[in-house]
Design a protein around this ligand. Structure first.
Ligand SMILES: [Zn+2]
Length: 247
């Protein structure tokens, strides 16, 4: 399996998940960059996977369905019920899995950013949408802070070598914020310096590695004694998320 990031809009990532010459695309904000990548790599697009319904993740679905032999548009049961993913064919729930060209893809529900948010997990790759970013997490729009903390707790229990492919390139700003939460955390400083060099070289900071996220991401470390400082876990998470909203 190969994963090809496709930058879209100003800072979104769509991803091509490739098995042989067959591709699925995750969160196509827009169609044109995805179509160019498919052409460039000589692929055939047969599936579209959506982590949630926001316009900057689903905007490319309709033109892609018109242009390509797409057989499945997969999103959550919640988003299907609310008819907010265009052309959705498959409704997925927590614990579901499906086969993609011989690879098993597992679904985890991760509500908080939206109530229909799901992650796709396959062969050590996590597509986390706007729930888990490199060194950050998404804003809590539809769920509660407790729900978002619980969803991130689910994701951090995946194997430490899991590759994290997230919905936006927010890494540098997220690490700037992370430093304010844990000024003494040397791993955050190291991650920041690497991310700066990566972006200066016009490369992507994805994929992240879960092991490093566990050591640097304040939204996975909200209940660590150094971060929580005596607060209960949800109070700690809430305080960090509110501080980030105003950062
Ligand atoms: Zn979103």
């Amino acid at each position: 399996m190969q994963v090809i990031p496709v930058p879209c809009l100003s800072d979104n990532y769509a991803y091509l998940v490739v098995q042989g010459r067959i591709a699925a695309v995750v969160d196509p904000s827009e169609a044109d960059p995805v179509l160019r990548a498919i052409e460039e790599h000589g692929l055939k697009l047969t599936e579209i996977w959506l982590t949630h319904h926001h316009w900057d993740h689903v905007g490319g679905i309709e033109p892609l369905v018109e242009e390509c032999p797409v057989a499945a548009v997969r999103g959550s049961r919640y988003d299907a019920k609310h008819e907010r993913i265009p052309s959705q064919t498959d409704a997925l729930s927590d614990g579901d899995s499906f086969d993609f060209e011989g690879a098993t893809v597992d679904i985890v529900e991760i509500p908080g950013h939206t109530l229909g948010a799901i992650a796709f997990i396959t062969e050590g790759n996590l597509f986390s949408g706007d729930t888990l970013f490199i060194a950050g997490c998404g804003r809590v729009f539809e769920g509660t802070m407790g729900m978002m903390a619980q969803s991130l707790t689910k994701l951090r229990s995946l194997p430490a070598d899991t590759k994290v492919w997230c919905g936006h390139e927010y890494t540098i700003n997220n690490l700037r914020f992370a430093r304010t939460i844990e000024p003494g955390n040397a791993e955050i400083t190291r991650a920041f310096e690497e991310a700066m060099a990566t972006r200066e070289a016009k490369r992507f900071t994805v994929p992240g590695r879960l092991a490093r996220e566990l050591a640097t991401n304040p939204f996975l470390r909200f209940d660590h004694p150094d971060v929580a400082a005596g607060r209960d876990p949800v109070a700690s998470f809430t305080a960090i998320r509110r501080a980030k909203d105003n950062f």
